[in-house]
Write a protein that binds this ligand. Sequence first.
Ligand SMILES: C[N+](C)(C)CCCC[C@H](N)C(=O)O
Ligand SMILES: O=C(O)CCC(=O)C(=O)O
Ligand SMILES: [Fe+2]
Length: 419
Amino acid sequence: MMKRQLSHGIWRHMLMKAENKPLSSQPSLHWHSRIKDYGTRLTSTHSEHNIGHMNIQQTYLEICSPSWPQFLKLKYIWLRDHCRCNTCYNHTTNQRNCDLLDIPLNIQPQKSAIEGDKLTIAWPDGHQSEYLLDWLWKNSYNGLQNSDTYHPKLWNRQSVELKNIAQVDMSQYMNTDAGVYDVVKSIVDFGVGIVKNVPATKEATDKVVQQIAHVQHTMFGGMWEFSDHLDHYDTAYTRQALGAHTDNTYFTEAAGLQVFHCLHHDGEGGETLLVDGFRAAYDLKQTHPKSFQRLSTLPIEAEYLEAGKHYINVDSMLKLHPLTKKLQQIRFNLNDRAPMRILAAEQISQLYEDIQSFSAKVKDPEGEWWFKLHPGMVLFIDNWRVLHGRASYTGHRKMTGCYISRSDYISKAKVLEII
Ligand SMILES: C[N+](C)(C)CCCC[C@H](N)C(=O)O
Ligand SMILES: O=C(O)CCC(=O)C(=O)O
Ligand SMILES: [Fe+2]
């Protein structure tokens, strides 16, 4: 096995560079950093399909540095695939140019070394790669960096958290970065954000929305308006009460955010209801873990029907993040369920029991936040987490709002470095 022990001086130089400290001012450093090429490790395995055996050469290199909580173990195939030279990677479009199929699975370097704040590798075909160590740390696959960074702040009716929900004045929101930041941060933390003193028009509401993302167009339109006029065959376009729900369970992807602005209401009722669906689901996980598990896996069909339209979608009521396995989405709209025709008979009664257990958590009065939307208040709701509803109402009530796609919302939160 060949080892490459770098001199202490190179590591010392590297660390100081990384810490942007001039070399001269550094006290002498005592730490154990090294780059080791583990060379080849032969692992022979007998495949049951043929008696012969394969030699799998696994090679990787290990890098560690005092500023990292642990060392990085990087496979050569991964390193070659992540070469960021101008031949392998288009830095204008942020896309790879190299073809993964061209990289031998058992590729090994001719030479690897640390030079300043970089790892350099010379490959057998003469190709040279170099990687900023900081980039390697940030993008390595050992799971450290991908650890879950999203920690929603769960709330119920009594939560003190509710007072931390952003209610930003329109002038501040439209004219300062902090204004938009605070509203998006509030949506990330609580699933709710409010902009106040917005002129009660669709156009002004649109301007507020555009600060976060463009409007998501659906069959309901872009910036929609609705009242008790049946413009679409849906109970939202009536004066009826609507229980807590998330929208678009019948779309292959539900809108990420939903925006509401009550432009006018001259009657009684019509209060808005919000429920933290994550709080309700985690309550279910506590008291009915098996129901939580089944609702996270069993498919439930939803549909939206009107003249010339038939949207249909199958998915679970609770959805977990593929990496962190934590709750990622609630898809809850009991009225928009299609006929329950896809589960086997023996699963049906248990599913009804599970849905009722979850509904009881959603309908727990302790979790219901009721308030009246007045003209001027633009309400942003995370439609993947927070359920909304409304009380029945009298008189004329005119609402405007829109959907924002999940991708556009997450992109904005990422660009603002909130997630
Ligand atoms: C929001 N807007 C009035 C445009 C549409 C309402 C659609 C309501 C549908 N039942 C759902 O829950 O998705
Ligand atoms: O009218 C409201 O306050 C909400 C109606 C609703 O749930 C919706 O439009 O998605
Ligand atoms: Fe809705």
